[in-house]
Write a protein that binds this ligand. Structure first.
Ligand code: 1CP
Length: 336
């Protein structure tokens, strides 16, 4: 069993490291493939290339886990929305059509995503048994932010837009949960060892709606994962001290800290869960001394309990890969 699975399932305290967005833009070997593949969705649907990109950071660094190269927006794509990634301006989705969305069929959905499952199968066969293959989904709220285009450029949500759709929102969330569980099941069948649920925009939810839009949907998906016996890590980014409520209600196997969460606070308040990550990815843009100082704070705080070393959000495109390599070495050799 891989170290990540040992930690999440048996709460064994051993070393385990991987980084969110470890497969991607900061790697020159990824950029070489990307420059020849302008259509990002098509690239995600190219099983051979997706597998190759997934394995690029594993070949370069001493990492314990691979995360499949795909995107959370492949689910809205498979549910009928056009998804375009344009450099600099973020993902753009075609207008949401509720009737079409509610009529989505399971077999068409799974067919459209079959290249992702094939990529998982190819990768699992190439990856050493001692390493986990992580698959992921976006949580319903975070997908809705893109599907209904509710986020303003300033990073705030257009509450009026949400108010207009309030009646429909529950229906959309329930339908998404259904398809996300199908996507999880298909990924497990293809060879995924661990699931991570990204609720990257949970911090935009008004406090009074956290239960309906964040805790309950994550908990429903988590219960499904538990029945499938697959360890699952949640990432309710940006909800600050509500991480404690989230953890008590959803009860995930692992929880990824964002950079706003104080590690000492997390150690005290987040019980019966394996903590992952937290280190601000911006630190990797600084010099080695600052990187080591930042990393030490997390590694020391969680030294004697199961902890997965990772970041508080994805690696930034401008990160120097050599610094990533040195950070991993520092973690491996840490004894203090
Ligand atoms: O080259 C490019 O322009 C594409 C950049 C890119 C990449 C490399 C996007 C567009 N997605 C990805 C891959 C990706 N996305 C992975 C691959 C595996 C890995 O982690 O190495 C994963 C896990 C995701 C998940 C994802 N996509 C999230 C959740 C995690 C997070 O960073 O908060 C979100 C919100 C997205 C949406 C998305 N996809 C891409 C962009 C530019 C965005 C908008 C948010 C952002 O800027 O990151």
């Amino acid at each position: 069993m891989s170290n990540l699975n040992k930690i999440l399932l048996n709460k064994i305290n051993c070393k385990s490291v991987w980084f969110m967005r470890q497969a991607g833009r900061y790697l020159p070997e990824f950029q070489r493939i990307r420059s020849k593949n302008q259509d990002f969705v098509k690239l995600c649907l190219n099983s051979e290339l997706s597998s190759e990109i997934t394995l690029q950071p594993i070949e370069r660094f001493d990492l314990d886990s691979a995360i499949i190269f795909s995107d959370i927006l492949m689910v809205p794509y498979a549910l009928g929305q056009n998804v375009k990634f344009t450099k600099g301006s973020g993902p753009k989705l075609s207008d949401f059509n509720l009737n079409q969305f509610l009529k989505s069929e399971e077999n068409i959905f799974s067919d459209k995503l079959s290249p992702v499952y094939k990529a998982i199968d190819i990768t699992r066969k190439k990856l050493k048994k001692s390493k986990s293959l992580i698959s992921f989904i976006g949580a319903p709220w975070t997908l809705i932010v893109y599907m209904l285009n509710v986020k303003e450029d300033k990073g705030e949500i257009n509450l009026r837009k949400l108010q207009d759709k309030k009646k429909e929102l529950n229906q959309i969330i329930e339908t998404l949960i259904n398809f996300l569980c199908i996507h999880i099941k298909n990924q497990i069948n293809a060879g995924a060892d661990v699931i991570q649920i990204f609720d990257s925009w949970a911090g935009l939810i008004p406090t009074k709606n956290l239960n309906d839009y964040c805790y309950t949907p994550n908990a429903k998906i988590l219960n499904f994962c538990r029945k499938q016996k697959i360890p699952t890590i949640c990432f309710p980014k940006g909800i600050r001290e509500r991480y404690e409520d989230f953890n008590d209600i959803v009860k995930p196997d692992g929880i990824n800290l964002d950079p706003d969460i104080d590690p000492a606070w997390a150690r005290e308040k987040l019980r019966n869960v394996v903590i992952q990550g937290g280190l601000n990815p911006n630190i990797l843009l600084k010099d080695d001394e600052d990187i080591i100082k930042g990393a030490t704070k997390y590694i020391r705080t969680f030294k004697d309990i199961p902890y997965v070393f990772n970041l508080g959000h994805g690696l930034l495109p401008e990160t120097d890969p050599d610094k990533v390599g040195r950070l991993i070495k520092f973690y491996r050799n840490f004894n203090g």
